[in-house]
Design a protein around this ligand. Structure first.
Ligand code: PEP
Ligand code: MG
Length: 315
């Protein structure tokens, strides 16, 4: 089966009833882009850009940043790149950024919140991304958006730069990884071009369960119906505004989750390159209509265990 999945890695992921979903790659480094394309990635669905800022003991120059993103665009040969802006702070400090110690780093100044305190840093990153893109398809998203003011802060910076630099093929979106963003998705969807659901953090914040705490591993399940409801709200809100929704959290590569995610109506799923051929192959096993029925039942289940039991019964 693995052999067949690998042979068909270049083929699109289409269900038995003809519904296509885009399968992209999660990357932590632009050097891995070519390997992701070779594994059948239809684009990069999440570029974690932290590496750009951590490779040396000081802030990278604009030129260094541009060079990194150009490397990705050239390997992608016209496929889209979804780049997430810097997501540090809290438990992920940058050595050259003295941050005050926090009692609850996961609930602290991280992601877009930190960039609001250092707007010049985000501005340089956006400038580098737009400059590197030229006319290539670039999608930029902000991490950890909880409130519309954070989104609008990022969007205002972006709009100014795009007016100046003029990369024409760019969309601006946001991660949905904080419950408030999912709950208010209908408002965000009026202003954002797309959403990408980050199930790692969305699960952690919905269930109040630290994603790194092994003692809570069984509680930290992205298939919990509470998390699924937030995902369903997000997809519905986006589609009502004609916007697309991807998923870039680990749940996207969970074989049991896949039919439910298809049934919820996701437009794109981004997974680590090594899992990519298998995910594509698995999409081809399902019909969208079956998946929709399964997702509807999952949303009314009482626990993650009950949801998993439902998927076990699926052909
Ligand atoms: C997520 O939270 O699901 C996500 C994709 O982002 P990260 O794992 O980098 O926090
Ligand atoms: Mg996250």
């Amino acid at each position: 089966l693995a052999e067949q999945a690998w042979q068909q890695r270049e083929q699109p992921a289409v269900t038995t009833d003809g519904h296509r979903i885009e399968i992209a790659a999660n990357l932590g480094n632009t050097a891995d882009t070519a390997a992701a394309v070779a594994a059948g990635a239809e684009g990069v669905g999440l570029l974690r850009t932290e590496f750009v800022f951590m490779e040396q003991g000081r802030e990278p120059s604009l030129q260094q940043q541009v060079a990194q993103y150009q490397q990705a665009f050239s390997a992608l040969a016209g496929r889209p790149l979804v780049a997430r802006t810097l997501d540090v702070g809290g438990d992920k400090p940058l050595p050259y950024w003295p941050l005050p110690k926090e009692d609850n780093p996961f609930l602290g100044v991280r992601g877009i919140r930190l960039c609001m305190q250092r707007p010049e840093l985000l501005e340089t990153q956006l400038r580098a991304l737009l400059t590197a893109a030229g006319s290539e398809p670039l999608r930029i998203m902000f991490p950890m958006v909880a409130d519309i003011a954070e989104w609008r802060f990022g969007k205002a910076l972006f709009d100014n730069l795009q007016a100046e630099i003029g990369a024409p093929n760019v969309q601006l979106g946001m991660m949905v990884e904080v419950p408030s963003a999912a709950l208010n998705a209908a408002r965000f969807a009026k202003e954002a071009d797309f959403f990408s659901i980050g199930t790692n953090d969305l699960t952690q914040y919905t269930l109040a369960a630290d994603r790194g705490n092994g003692a809570l591993a069984s509680l930290s399940d992205g298939l919990h119906p509470a998390v699924l409801r937030l995902m369903a709200m997000t997809v519905e809100a986006a589609h009502a505004e004609g916007k697309w929704v991807g998923m870039c959290g680990e749940l996207g590569a969970d074989p049991q989750a896949l039919p439910i995610l298809l049934g919820l109506g996701l437009d794109e799923i981004s997974v680590s390159p090594k899992r990519l051929p298998r995910v594509k192959a698995r999409v081809r096993e399902f019909s969208l209509s079956q998946c929709k029925q399964l997702a509807a039942r999952a949303l009314t289940a009482d626990s993650a265990g009950a949801v998993r039991a439902l998927t076990g019964a699926t052909p």
